[in-house]
Design a protein around this ligand. Structure first.
Ligand SMILES: [Zn+2]
Length: 306
């Protein structure tokens, strides 16, 4: 049976928005595929991520393996450090409405991507609320309505962040890595906001590992689509919309040729919420993933096995 695949496209940087998003929208449009874009709408402080080198095991190795300076460009790597972080929202004014007019989903990928990625674990509810509302204000200014979906930068979700996101009125979030949609459980408390996790590895995690090329990476992803379960793949405007655009377009062609059906996360969320009693709860824990520096929030186990 051919698989079903949701494309979750994270936009972390100004360059990713200005160059990667239009490139991805073009190759998706040519193939009549609709996808879910999540955009960080605050300052692009990517340069500050460099300081993770000193704090997180594996970050320097990953930066070098994925040729980060070539992918992101030297200027982006200095934003927020030697250069002031420019506003991503200011450049999104035309780009976001064009995306939604083309049938894509647009959601919020936080406000200051680096601040959330590195600090979400220590943020108070008031700090999370402030971060979310700053993003929403920009989203409303650009799109004329609030974002209905949220994807946590760096897959960093806590009980505090999820409580705030639920109160902020999002329909669902995609904050974690896991196997299937679920209600996130923190200790005994179940969060009332539907979670649709990323189920597949990302290119930046495996690219270059044991010499793996981008094309070989997408061979692996294609093999994983036959599992019978819908899958969610996270890609990055800076990577698949940049140096790996051709490999990604080739992957889309091969997926379509083998009958894979694409869906947006918001469409899937609407389907799932019609039968919300069928959605199971699962614990969230903080764990490592191959090729990714630091910890991410993960779905504990398949609900069926619980
Ligand atoms: Zn991101």
């Amino acid at each position: 049976m051919a698989g079903r695949l949701g494309l979750k496209i994270d936009v972390d940087t100004l360059d990713g928005l200005r160059k990667g998003v239009p490139a991805l929208a073009r190759i998706l449009g040519e193939r009549r595929i609709r996808a879910s874009f999540f955009v960080a709408l605050g300052p692009d402080n990517s340069g500050r991520a460099i300081f993770r080198v000193f704090k997180q095991r594996g970050f320097l190795e990953k930066m070098l393996r994925t040729r980060a300076p070539a992918v992101y460009g030297l200027k982006t790597m200095l934003y927020g450090t030697l250069l002031p972080g420019p506003s991503i929202a200011a450049a999104a004014t035309d780009i976001l409405p064009r995306l939604t007019a083309a049938g894509h989903e647009a959601g919020l990928h936080g406000y200051d991507h680096v601040r959330w990625h590195d600090g979400a674990g220590r943020m108070t509810a008031a700090q999370v609320w402030d971060e979310v509302q700053r993003g929403q204000r920009e989203f409303i200014r650009i799109c004329g309505r609030p974002a209905r979906s949220f994807a946590a930068p760096g897959w960093q979700a806590t009980e505090v962040s999820r409580t705030v996101l639920a109160a902020a009125g999002f329909r669902y979030a995609s904050d974690t890595r896991g196997q299937c949609p679920y209600w996130p459980r923190f200790g005994p408390r179940v969060n009332p906001l539907l979670e649709i996790p990323t189920t597949l590895p990302t290119l930046d995690e495996l690219w270059g590992m044991n010499g793996l090329t981008d094309k070989e990476f997408f061979d692996l992803i294609l093999c994983r689509l036959d599992s019978g379960r819908p899958q969610v793949f996270t890609l990055h405007a800076e990577i698949e919309g940049g140096p790996c655009l051709d490999a990604f377009a080739d992957f889309l062609d091969r997926a379509l040729a083998s009958g894979v059906q694409f869906f947006t996360l918001e469409d899937w969320a609407a389907e799932l919420l019609k039968h919300s009693q069928r959605i199971a709860a699962a614990a969230v824990y903080s764990g490592r993933l191959p090729g990714r520096a630091g910890m991410v929030s993960r779905q504990a186990e398949l609900p069926e096995a619980a």
